[in-house]
Design a protein around this ligand. Structure first.
Ligand SMILES: Cc1cc2nc3c(=O)[nH]c(=O)nc-3n(C[C@H](O)[C@H](O)[C@H](O)COP(=O)(O)OP(=O)(O)OC[C@H]3O[C@@H](n4cnc5c(N)ncnc54)[C@H](O)[C@@H]3O)c2cc1C
Length: 458
């Protein structure tokens, strides 16, 4: 044999594991290297542990609401160590399932860092050995971005460490306004911490629909999350075990934890891509074509390291499409259109398709439908929380271009709405679906009135 393996995958996360398994099951000789824990970001320190913490945090609201429904839920107590350790136990269980699935598929696993040393070669750092493969697949994901140059930067943590805190912090300052910032704000505020979001812009959640962004700001403040907008952190100093945070507007805040959630970088530092001539963009992302092939014929890249659409199901699809293209004789370009996304925030968000702003840029005429209401379950007990739903429609063809929801169960609703958007149905077809009563979701098919003025807020 000319090469040790047909395929060498670097990174056993969502994308790498899927690609390795499918290629191996198709008959390729496959090896995979993982420098941390099998399963990658999503399983070990992303989607899964995050969602479990969100579930844990939601109980506070359930207990509060229970009274209005006749239950007494007095003297309830929360124990952070129990939740944290149970979540970590589940993460370990899932990681071992990933490992055994790789083994069952016949993939050889190396539990160490790998670096590229040529178009067909990788070096394993622990053992120092070099391995050759006909093809290399870079699936190294991303890594949290740190506010470089911030005095006291080492006194803050990232989402990586947030899952392992020794105790529930009383006061949390979160730097950033993206989905990870809002999800941790939901988690910590739900569990009883005082949470302040510090964000450099005047609006949260760049990339989401503007109405949803405005709605989230209102609802977060209603839920008691403190917002310092148009602000950043100027410095952090130790104050005993606590942190003294000075904001750019001069305000000084004491916190127990400062969490940076200001974005993630593709993980290509020191990976040796340049040794093989692989082109990367200025932010370090590996540049690929629609078949995930890099500028070097034998090297492919998938998932977050390509910085195309940083979601687990996308990395999995990328990996599967690569394996089908190369090893199953089924050329499959990646398709990143109409991918649904969620923010498990307070309230949660689900979105698919174009935002109103995007649609106005790409389409001649756009119709907007919007509703904003107090859902029955919480309105019944006097809750002020509101749900926002919005449809973006091509006024010329009547095609449904986008669906955006912020409110309880929004991510669950959007998975199904995504089927309709992906299928390219018209608003008329959407409306022909009879409502399911009584649900909050029924409002989605009952929006008949166009919003009068384009872009006007409700
Ligand atoms: C806090 C948080 C919450 C998230 N929540 C969601 C969510 O709700 N829904 C969703 O869809 N997505 C979510 N994501 C994003 C999701 O985790 C990623 O999109 C997904 O994991 C990307 O998969 P990947 O295979 O590209 O990379 P990863 O899963 O990051 O896997 C890359 C792997 O490569 C390993 N590695 C890196 N370099 C090397 C090397 N040189 N040698 C060997 N191994 C290496 C890493 O240790 C890692 O295990 C979240 C992310 C975070 C951080």
């Amino acid at each position: 044999m000319k090469y040790d393996y047909d395929l060498f995958v670097i990174g056993a996360g969502s994308g790498g594991v899927r690609a390795a398994r499918i290629a191996s099951l198709a008959g390729a000789r496959v090896a995979i290297a993982e420098e941390y824990r099998i399963g990658g970001t999503c399983v070990i320190r992303g989607c899964v542990p995050k969602k479990l913490l969100v579930y844990g945090a939601e109980f506070a609201q359930h207990f509060a609401d229970a009274k209005g429904y006749g239950w007494s839920a007095d003297n309830v107590r929360f124990d952070w160590a129990t939740l944290r350790d149970n979540v970590q136990r589940e993460v370990t269980r899932l990681s071992s399932i990933y490992s055994s699935n790789l083994a069952k598929a016949g993939v050889t696993t190396f539990q160490e860092r790998a670096e590229v040393v040529g178009a067909h070669r990788v070096k394993l750092l622990k053992s120092g050995s070099e391995i050759s493969a006909q093809r290399l697949l870079v699936a190294t994901g991303g890594t949290p971005y740190l506010p470089e140059g911030l005095p006291g930067v080492e006194l803050g943590i990232t989402s990586n460490e947030a899952f392992h805190l020794p105790a529930l912090p009383k006061r949390v300052v979160i730097l950033g306004g993206g989905y990870i910032a809002l999800e941790f704000a939901n988690i910590f505020s739900g569990l009883g911490s005082e949470v302040r979001i510090v964000h450099r812009s005047d609006r949260l959640l760049r990339g989401f629909d503007d109405d949803i962004r405005a709605h989230m700001q209102i609802e977060l403040e209603r839920a008691g999350v403190l917002l310092s907008m148009n602000t950043t952190i100027a410095k952090i100093a130790a104050n005993g075990d606590a942190r003294r945070v000075t904001l750019s507007n001069g305000t000084v805040i004491d916190a127990d934890v400062v969490l940076y959630a200001i974005g993630r970088d593709p993980k290509t530092d020191g990976l040796g891509l340049e040794s093989a001539g692989v082109q990367t963009s200025p932010d370090g992302a590996v540049i690929v074509n629609e078949f995930s092939q890099t500028s070097v014929e034998s090297i492919y890249a998938i998932g977050d390291v390509t910085n195309r659409m940083n979601l687990t199901p996308v990395a999995i699809r990328d990996g599967h499409a690569f394996a089908d293209t190369v090893y199953n004789d089924r050329p499959t370009p990646v398709d990143h259109r109409s991918v649904p996304s969620a923010v498990f925030g307070r309230p949660p968000i689900g979105a698919v398709g174009l935002t109103e702003a995007d649609a106005r840029r790409s389409h001649e005429a756009v119709d907007i439908y919007r509703t904003n209401f107090r859902p029955m379950r919480t309105a019944f007990i006097g809750g002020e929380q509101r749900t926002l739903m919005k449809l973006v429609v091509d006024a010329k063809t009547d095609q449904l271009l986008g669906v955006h929801v912020a409110g309880t169960d929004a991510p669950e609703m959007i998975q199904l709405a995504a089927v309709a958007v992906k299928a390219g149905i018209t608003k008329k077809q959407w409306d022909s679906t009879v409502a399911l009563h009584p649900t909050a979701a029924e409002e989605l098919v009952l929006m008949r009135e166009k919003v009068a003025a384009p872009g006007s807020a409700s």
